[in-house]
Design a protein around this ligand. Sequence first.
Ligand SMILES: *[C@@H]1O[C@H](CO)[C@@H](O)[C@H](O)[C@H]1NC(C)=O
Ligand SMILES: *[C@@H]1O[C@H](CO)[C@@H](O)[C@H](O)[C@H]1NC(C)=O
Ligand SMILES: *[C@@H]1O[C@H](CO)[C@@H](O)[C@H](O)[C@H]1NC(C)=O
Ligand SMILES: *[C@@H]1O[C@H](CO)[C@@H](O)[C@H](O)[C@H]1NC(C)=O
Ligand SMILES: *[C@@H]1O[C@H](CO)[C@@H](O)[C@H](O)[C@H]1NC(C)=O
Ligand SMILES: *[C@@H]1O[C@H](CO)[C@@H](O)[C@H](O)[C@H]1NC(C)=O
Ligand SMILES: *[C@@H]1O[C@H](CO)[C@@H](O)[C@H](O)[C@H]1NC(C)=O
Length: 448
Amino acid sequence: MALCKIFPFAFILLCCSCYLISGQRFDYPTANLSTTWINSVSAPHSVDFTDGSRVRAILLRGTFGPKYACGFYCNGNCDTYLFAIFIVQTNSASQITSPAIGFPQVVWSANRNNPVRINSTLQLTAQGDLVLRNADGTLAWSTNTAGKSVAGLSLTDEGNLVLFDSNNATVWQSFDHPTDALVPGQKLVSGMKLTASVSTTNWTKGGLFSLSAIDNGLVAFIESNPPQTYFDATIGGLDPSGGSNYVKYLDGSLTLFTNSSGTTELVLVSITPASSAQYMKLESNGHLKVYEWKNRWGEVDDLLTGFRGVCNYPTVCGRYGICTMGQCSCPKSSNSTTYFRPINVRLPNLGCSEAKKLSCNNLKKHRLLEVEDVDYFAFTADISNTDVNTCKRACLNKCSCKAAFFRSGLNSSRAIGECYLPTEIFSLMNNEKDKTRYDSVAFIKVQV
Ligand SMILES: *[C@@H]1O[C@H](CO)[C@@H](O)[C@H](O)[C@H]1NC(C)=O
Ligand SMILES: *[C@@H]1O[C@H](CO)[C@@H](O)[C@H](O)[C@H]1NC(C)=O
Ligand SMILES: *[C@@H]1O[C@H](CO)[C@@H](O)[C@H](O)[C@H]1NC(C)=O
Ligand SMILES: *[C@@H]1O[C@H](CO)[C@@H](O)[C@H](O)[C@H]1NC(C)=O
Ligand SMILES: *[C@@H]1O[C@H](CO)[C@@H](O)[C@H](O)[C@H]1NC(C)=O
Ligand SMILES: *[C@@H]1O[C@H](CO)[C@@H](O)[C@H](O)[C@H]1NC(C)=O
Ligand SMILES: *[C@@H]1O[C@H](CO)[C@@H](O)[C@H](O)[C@H]1NC(C)=O
C-alpha cells in the first residue's frame, strides 16, 4: 500500500521537475546561420534500423510518436546517402526509437540524382545558403539562397523544411520542390509534379512516372514522347482564368482549390482518413500508394487503381505484354508466324520482344497483327467517327504509328468507332466488355 502511495507522487515530482528545472524542449527543429553538419560515423542522432536503413538526424520536431526529421539517410550498403526528410518514431525525450519496426519513411530528398558519401557536409552558410557537399568539397545540391536575407532553418510540424528571414517570411521551402511523395497539408500548385524514382533501390529521378497538378485537377502519366496518361481526376467546365489553382492533400482527400466561378474546393480523389501519421508516394511502377503508421507502416490506399484494376498501369506487363486480370501474355498471330516472344519466359511481366524490329526504311514490310478484345490505358481518339479500315490505313501510312486501336459499340461490326494511333507501346490490356461496354481491337504493327 505504501508503495502505491509513493510511486504516483514520485512520478509527478519527477515530471514536474523536468519541466520546471530545464524548461527546455528535447527536440531540435531549427538551426541558425553558420552551422555545419558532417555525415560522419560519430555524428549525433544516428540510428541504424533493421531494414538496413540508417539516419543521422539534423533537425527533428516534436516528441512522442511518429514525427518528422531531416538529415542524412541511406539504405542497403550505405555507400551513398540522401539529405532527406523522413518520418521516424520518437519517445517523450524526442529520441528516435523503434529500430526494428519504425523504419524511416522518406517523404522528400534534396539530392536523389546526386547521392553523397560518408563525410559529406550540409552547411547553412553565414550568407543563408543551404549547401550539401561531398567529402571532397564538390557541390551536390544547394538552395541558392545566399544573399536572400535568410535568418534560419526550420522543419515544420507538417514536414516542410523552411529557410525563413528575419520577418519569419519563407525564402525557400521543400514543399515547393516535391520529389515523389506528398504529406498531409502539402500542396501541388498547378504545374508542379511528383516524379517517381527509377526503382525502390535506385532513388534516381527519371523513373518513368509522373503525377502532375494541372489547372483543373490531377493527371498521372508515363513520360513517353508524347506522354501517355493512365489516370486523371479532372473537373470539367472550370474557368481557367481563376489564378494559380492547386491540389492539396487534406485528411481524407486530394482536393482541388480553385478561384473558378462557384465552388472553390472540389474533391478529386478520396483517401482513407488518417488515424495516425500518413503520407503518399508515387512508386516506380506508377502506383500512388498511401501509407499509415498503425504500430508499423502499412499501405492503406492504392489511389490510381480504378475499375480497370492493375491492368491499367502502363508497365504492368512490360512492352507489348497483354494484361488479363493481372496475368501477362504476348500477342499471338492466328497463323504460325511468331511476332512476339516473352523477354523472359519465367518472368512474363517483363514484356515481349519483337521478332523483327520495326524499321522505317521499308514501309512495305509493315503488317498489322490483329488482336481481338485488346484495349489500351491511354486511348484517346486520334480519329473520331471512323471505320476500322480507315483506322488501320492511317497507321500503316505513318511510320511512327506503332499500333491502331479501334473502339466501337458492342456488336456494332466496327462500321463506326474511334481510332487511336500511339507512337510508343507499353502494356496492353484485355478489354473486359462487361465493364467497359464497348468492343476494342488492336492492330499491332510488325515487320515481316
Ligand atoms: C540561434 O540563435 C539564437 C540567438 O543567438 C539562440 O537563442 C538559439 O538558441 C540558437 N538556436 C540554435 C538552434 O542554435
Ligand atoms: C571520414 O573522416 C574521418 C575524420 O576525418 C576519417 O577518419 C575517415 O577515414 C573518413 N572516412 C572516409 C570513408 O573517408
Ligand atoms: C514563424 O512562422 C511559423 C510558421 O509559419 C510559426 O509556426 C512560428 O511560430 C513563427 N515564428 C515566429 C517567431 O513568429
Ligand atoms: C539508377 O538509374 C539511373 C537511370 O536509369 C542509371 O543511370 C543509374 O546507373 C542507376 N544507378 C544504379 C546504382 O543502379
Ligand atoms: C484565390 O484568389 C485569392 C485572391 O487573389 C488568392 O489569395 C488565393 O490564393 C486564390 N486561391 C486559389 C486557389 O487560387
Ligand atoms: C501471317 O499473317 C501475316 C499478317 O498478319 C501475313 O503477312 C503472313 O503472310 C501470314 N503468314 C502465313 C504463314 O500465313
Ligand atoms: C453481343 O453479342 C453477344 C454474342 O453474340 C451477345 O451475347 C451479347 O448480348 C450482344 N450484346 C449486345 C449489347 O447486343
